[in-house]
Design a protein around this ligand. Structure first.
Ligand code: EPZ
Length: 423
């Protein structure tokens, strides 16, 4: 099993290319099910989650061809005959639930395994199902599978008001609404850049959508969508992760393809901590100014608030800030599993419910640590960049789900980091 070995201490310098967004691509790929003409996605990230979504779509009978070393995905659902997403794939990746809306909208029915929880929380899909029911779908839960059936005339437009923001439920509702008869209004819609990117791709396929990126999205259903070519938006979570690398290790790094509008709230926090964030012609540069970083109070919220997917990374940074920081995790119920691992490196972190209090220490010490979930694993690598001595991060398969070649990208800017075989 792979592990990542990091020797701390080297300040960073250079450029890191930011890949296409995993969480945009995982919604864009199922969109191919809405049309019988090919969808081509460029700037696709090369990640194990993308390979899992490929397998899932292929299990339905769709064609997915990976070109240009995985950077381009050519998809076609012309020959989809299977309308069942099996548990053995869905259990590996919760985003599989995003085939539900498109399948019901285009083919009239679907059987999709319930994704089940994951390390960071129970992660139910009740809002996804309620949205489809509002559009006329009949939903039954049988033996751990969602059985959804559209009315004989197909889904119909509806007013959907989400009680709280859900990225995935907004994506399922948005995709289903593109082929529903009539108008759908999605209230309390997620505003994440991945939603905006999905709406742009659907519009290129012929969908009639307004309001993406605001809390109210309006969709006029059409009879059919057609093919398109779409470039996946840059990954704001990978961007934020690498913006933090020089903040922790010292030095200066330019993230190529980074855009300030993707990481507004996060960049504001970095600036408040005393980190320079600068827009360049090629992206975003961050650099550590002299002296210790300042402590912060961080609260995770739906976009445009501070992203939950950058909470673990920010905690790694605050472990050596000057003073006491507080991080409040308001999106998921169990997203502090990186805390005990960081404590093994000498961090002083007290967790009580959804609140973590971090008392800064002068320096962390390298130690063998364990990755528990995708973003926790990268926070341990960030912490290791400045820790005294060596850190071995085990179970990096979590990491490979969401980060392309992390050892190459950080190694390329001067980190002492390598992938090793764990015993
Ligand atoms: C997406 O997950 C992302 N995943 C997550 O990124 C991200 O953390 C999350 O949005 C929040 O930004 C993908 O896009 C593939 P939600 P999603 O529905 O859609 C509850 C990563 O690290 N909820 O916005 O599953 C849910 O339990 C991953 O890349 C319900 O109760 O998140 C959570 O507490 C981790 N019922 C909250 O809402 C529902 O029907 C927000 O979840 C749906 C969600």
């Amino acid at each position: 099993m792979d592990a990542i070995l990091v020797k701390g201490g080297a300040p960073l310098s250079g450029r890191i290319p930011i890949a296409g967004a995993k969480n945009a691509c995982l919604a864009l790929m199922p969109a191919t099910l809405l049309a019988d003409q090919p969808l081509t996605l460029t700037n696709a990230p090369r990640l194990s989650d993308i390979r899992t979504m490929t397998q899932l779509l292929q299990s339905l009978g769709a064609e997915v061809t990976s070109l240009n070393a995985g950077r381009v995905l050519a998809l076609s659902s012309h020959d989809v005959t299977v309308l069942r997403a099996d548990y053995d794939i869905v259990r590996r990746m919760r985003a599989s639930i995003l085939v539900l809306g498109p399948l019901v909208a285009r083919f009239g029915r679907a059987e999709v395994s319930l994704p089940g929880g994951c390390a960071i929380g129970a992660r139910p899909v009740d809002l996804h199902l309620k949205a489809l029911e509002a559009m006329g779908a009949e939903i039954e839960l049988i033996d751990g599978y969602v059985h959804a059936t559209a009315p004989s005339g197909g889904l119909r437009g509806a007013r959907i008001d989400f009680p709280f923001v859900s990225v995935g439920a907004t994506e399922n509702a948005l995709m289903a609404a593109t082929l529903a008869r009539g108008t759908t209004v999605i209230g309390n819609a997620a505003r994440e850049p991945e939603i905006v990117d999905l709406a742009r791709c659907l519009r290129a396929m012929g969908a009639r959508i307004e309001g993406e990126g605001t809390p109210v999205i309006t969709v006029e259903g059409v009879d059919a969508l057609h093919g398109a070519t779409h470039a996946v938006v840059a990954d704001r979570i990978e961007l934020g992760t690498y913006m933090l690398a020089p903040a922790i290790a010292g030095g200066s790094v330019e993230c190529l393809g980074g855009r300030l509008d993707l990481v507004g709230a996060f960049a504001e926090k970095l600036d408040a901590a005393g980190i320079t964030v600068e827009e360049t012609p090629l992206g975003l540069r961050t650099a550590r100014r002299n002296g210790q970083a300042k402590a912060l109070h961080v609260v995770t919220e739906p976009f445009p608030g501070f992203p939950t997917d950058l909470q673990a990374q920010m905690m790694a940074f605050l472990c050596t800030a000057d003073g006491v920081s507080v991080l409040e995790e308001r999106i998921f119920e169990n997203r502090f599993m990186h805390a005990p691992e960081l404590s093994r490196m000498g961090a002083r972190i007290a967790v009580a419910g959804g609140r973590a209090t971090v008392t800064g220490v002068p320096r962390l010490r390298g130690a063998p640590v364990m990755a528990t979930d995708l973003r926790a694993s990268v926070s341990l690598i960030l912490a290791a960049l400045a820790a005294e001595g060596e850190t071995l991060v085990r179970r990096v398969y979590h990491l490979d789900r969401g980060y392309e070649r992390v050892e190459e990208k950080l190694g390329g800017v001067g980190a002492t980091i390598e992938r090793v075989q764990d015993r």
